[in-house]
Design a protein around this ligand. Structure first.
Ligand code: XMP
Length: 523
């Protein structure tokens, strides 16, 4: 396995994902872990990430010295290269101008890292690589024992290596897709140089994870809050595979779910997989408490509080349960670790069931803690969950509560559910020229209910009804997003269907705001 030390770059998670995609297990840890930790981790290789600091400033992060004494290969990327140079006796200086964006570099010196990796070659037969640069500092003198393995005119030392010690470093970012051969380079490092085999794969993982859960919980009982979202669904399927009826899921219908969602969850889990699911219809309670409340934050708080209350009531009935299972995934783990040590990671402002564990006095079972989202999906498929469920767009914890502007009423929720369903159905059924459905081409799409009435005409009559807004965005991280450029005829069809089929809505508009300055949800 590979150890990645995080110096705070925006791209560190991508390094981990690329290594996992190469079927090698890796973990991401802060740069300031102890030497003991590193020795115990026993990595086959270490990667030092990029980061926002300058090595020549006071008290900036350094790699633990043991990294260079383990005798395993080390790859430094950007800041990781600079700190490697500084720690091993080279020098780093501020570049006259920041280099940001695409650059072409020349591979030289035939290193094991760049062997056979090139986009094209120049007249002298040197390999040329299109890479992504993002740096203000650069290495200006090599440490002893190193040679240059890549360069261009603005960054003469764009890559360096000490092949006898198997230390490699590059100034560019192989982890981003803009560096075309980045994946090949990282593959070369973990397979060719570190000698890792391709043992990280889903079918093997299922068996390992199942065994681990059995060892951990023994004959104890486990409860899990099933939301119908990807993470809790996959966690439920995995734990059920491991311990069968020792698992009980609690599914809370808060009255703010999508059309037929409760039925689908019950069908998939209770009927098809044979999972024990307690279905709690708490919609009257949620909607009752929301009556008269129109402030978005107040609504969120009520929904969150209600959920904890209902879940606690239900779990109190399962007195013998010793474990609370949650669908925590690796990005959540990294994020909360980052939040603790104030590293550069951006912190999501939405968390769902944060308050549960303390009050319930249960041990936490988090079987997806080491998986990235795409790995969770792969696992879901391997466990036999329907593709549609596993590849569903994200849905916020407060559900339609934040998609009905202002006060939430059952009547509004019912109208919105039907409009939303039509929108999603048409997105699923309409393909773009590339053969992909518009549902798969967008990252998140939904309808929003606007409690304002406008005048329309239908047949010979005047109507005075509500408005629905359609929202569809394209994003990779949900921190920034573009509105989706849906085809006009698709938008037209959705609008026609909603107005004709959902009595009570006579106007449909499309949201063309990006994030920022708008957010994805309207509340
Ligand atoms: P915004 O609206 O902040 O949303 O651009 C970014 C992403 O987060 C989702 N979201 C939530 N998810 N609980 C959640 O689990 C919440 O309270 C919540 N609020 C927003 C939103 O759907 C989008 O994917």
């Amino acid at each position: 396995k590979i150890l990645i030390l995080d110096f705070g770059s925006q791209y560190t998670q991508l390094i981990a994902r690329r290594i996992r995609e190469a079927n090698v297990y890796c973990e991401l840890h802060s740069w300031d872990v102890s030497d003991d930790f590193i020795r115990e981790f026993n990595p086959a290789g270490v990667i030092l990430s990029g980061g926002p600091n300058s090595v020549y400033e006071d008290e900036t992060p350094r790699a633990p010295q043991s990294v260079f004494e383990l005798g395993v290969p080390v790859l430094g990327i950007c800041y990781g290269m600079q700190t490697m140079a500084a720690q091993l006796g080279g020098s780093v200086e501020n570049a006259a101008k920041r280099e940001f964006g695409y650059a072409e570099i020349r591979a030289q010196g035939h290193s094991a890292l760049l062997k056979d990796i090139q986009d094209k070659s120049n007249a002298e037969g040197h390999g040329l690589l299109d890479v992504w640069m993002s740096h203000g500092d650069k290495v200006t003198a090599l440490p002893e024992g190193f040679k240059i393995i890549a360069s261009n005119s603005s960054t003469p030392i764009a890559g360096m290596a000490d092949e006898s010690r198997r230390f490699y470093a590059v100034q560019f970012h192989p982890e981003v897709t803009h560096t075309k051969q980045g994946k090949a380079l990282l593959n070369q490092f973990v397979h060719g140089i570190c000698g890792c085999d391709q043992s990280w794969n889903m079918p093997d993982y299922v068996a390992t994870a199942v065994q681990r859960i059995r060892d951990e919980v023994g004959s104890d009982e486990v409860i899990l809050g099933l939301s119908g979202g990807v993470d809790s669904s996959v966690a439920a399927a995995l734990i059920h595979r491991a311990i069968g009826d020792q698992l009980t899921c609690v599914f809370v219908d808060n009255g703010l779910l999508r059309l037929n969602e409760a039925e689908q969850v019950m069908e998939t889990f209770a009927k098809n997989l044979g999972v024990k699911v307690i279905h709690v219809d708490a919609s009257a309670k949620f909607l009752g408490d929301l009556a008269g409340v129109s402030d978005p934050e107040a609504k969120r708080k009520i929904i969150g509080r209600e959920f904890v209350e209902v879940f606690q009531q239900e779990s109190a009935k399962l007195a013998q349960a010793k474990w609370l299972a949650q669908g925590t995934i690796y990005p959540d783990v990294i994020e909360s670790a980052g939040a603790k040590t104030k590293k550069a990671h951006t912190i999501k402002s939405h968390h769902n069931v944060g308050g549960l564990p303390d009050t319930l006095k249960l041990q936490l079972l988090e079987p997806l803690r080491e998986l990235f989202k795409d790995e969770v999906r792969e696992l879901g498929v391997a466990l036999g969950l329907p593709h549609e469920m596993v590849y569903r767009h994200p849905f916020p914890g407060p559900g339609l509560g934040v998609r009905i502007l202002g006060e939430v009423k059952r009547e509004y929720a019912d109208l919105l559910r039907r409009a939303d369903h039509i929108f999603i159905e048409e997105l699923r059924n309409t393909q773009d020229a590339d053969g992909k459905s518009w549902y798969d081409k967008t990252s998140q799409a939904f309808a929003v209910f606007l409690p304002v009435k406008s005048v329309g005409v239908m047949g010979d009559g005047r109507t005075y009804d509500y408005v629905v807004a359609l929202r569809a965005v394209v994003t990779t991280d949900f921190m920034t997003a573009h509105w989706a450029e849906l085809p006009y005829d698709l938008l037209g069809k959705v609008s026609n269907r909603i107005i004709n089929e959902v009595r009570g809505i006579n106007r449909v508009v499309y949201d063309i705001s990006g994030k920022p300055p708008a957010t994805i949800e309207w509340e």
